[in-house]
Design a protein around this ligand. Structure first.
Ligand SMILES: C[S@@+](CC[C@H](N)C(=O)[O-])C[C@H]1O[C@@H](n2cnc3c(N)ncnc32)[C@H](O)[C@@H]1O
Length: 249
């Protein structure tokens, strides 16, 4: 049976065809293998580049904050890979700045009525054994920076309602400097915010992928329930349309 890997998007009608043209050009790329990794910027669009810039913006804010970087809902793992590369750029010798990526790797386990009509169980699944592929990418990323002999990432598979508290139990030293929330759903977001709260310090940053987005109301409801909206300023990084962040102070 073919896996359904479809996602919800918000572009104009012509966007899928435009994106397909870019994909066709990528697959037909004449650039030799040894130069391809240096030229992937050819395929970044304003939307995709703005997300990369946002991850850099968040990462730079925690360079003086002790702790690890976590992503809740990593899916294909692009952000985990970016955070690994950003560590190599901004603080190549920080062996304590682990990158920890959480996901079921089988999509949404369930959906709450607070999540609205567009979210469906099984949404945002990935291909089989994807966590192994992501580990291979992160291994290469780590080897591109100093301290390559030290593994500084974890990929944690399962429902974050269980895996995040279990991770903190198994790694009691963990402080969270930066957490990126992209679970899209109410239940895992509220569970993870509550689990993470005691691991934050002043200056820790939490990024949110879809607060205030009517397509994914559950993330906002979870933030309101766990932290409220008046405790921290909910800020935007202007080049990135949908995302926001708070700084713990
Ligand atoms: C929109 S995708 C994340 C996209 C990714 N952060 C990116 O930037 O490309 C949402 C992810 O949340 C994950 N997810 C949702 N509920 C989860 C849960 N309870 N436990 C773990 N992962 C969950 C899904 O499997 C999916 O991969």
């Amino acid at each position: 049976m073919t896996q359904d890997l479809s996602i919800v998007t918000f572009g104009d009608e012509a966007q899928p065809a435009r994106r397909q043209t870019l994909v066709d050009l990528l697959r037909a790329c004449p650039i030799p293998d040894n130069e391809l990794p240096m030229n992937l910027g050819l395929f970044l669009t304003p939307q995709t580049l703005s997300r990369v810039l946002f991850m850099d913006f968040l990462y730079r804010q925690v360079s003086e904050v002790q702790g690890v970087v976590v992503e809740l809902g990593c899916r294909w793992g692009q952000n985990a890979s970016l955070f690994t590369a950003l560590r190599g750029i901004h603080e190549p010798f920080n062996r304590l700045r682990k990158v920890v990526a959480f996901d079921t790797f089988t999509g949404f386990p369930s959906v709450d009525e607070k999540d609205g009509a567009q979210m469906k169980p099984g949404g945002y699944a990935v291909t089989e054994n994807y966590a192994d592929y992501l580990a291979a990418i992160l291994d290469v990323q780590e080897k591109e920076s100093p301290h390559a002999h030290l593994k500084k990432y974890d990929i944690v598979q399962g429902d974050v309602g269980d895996t995040l508290p279990a991770y903190f139990d198994a790694h009691p030293e963990t402080v969270v400097a930066l957490a990126y929330f992209d679970l899209d759903l109410y239940r895992p977001t509220v569970d993870a915010l509550r689990a993470i709260e005691g691991r934050l310090t002043r200056g820790s940053v939490i990024g949110f992928d879809e607060v205030n987005d009517p397509a994914t109301p559950g993330e906002t409801v979870a933030l309101i329930e766990a932290f409220g909206l008046s405790r921290y300023a909910l800020r935007r990084f202007p080049p990135s349309a949908r995302t926001s962040y708070i700084v713990i102070d």
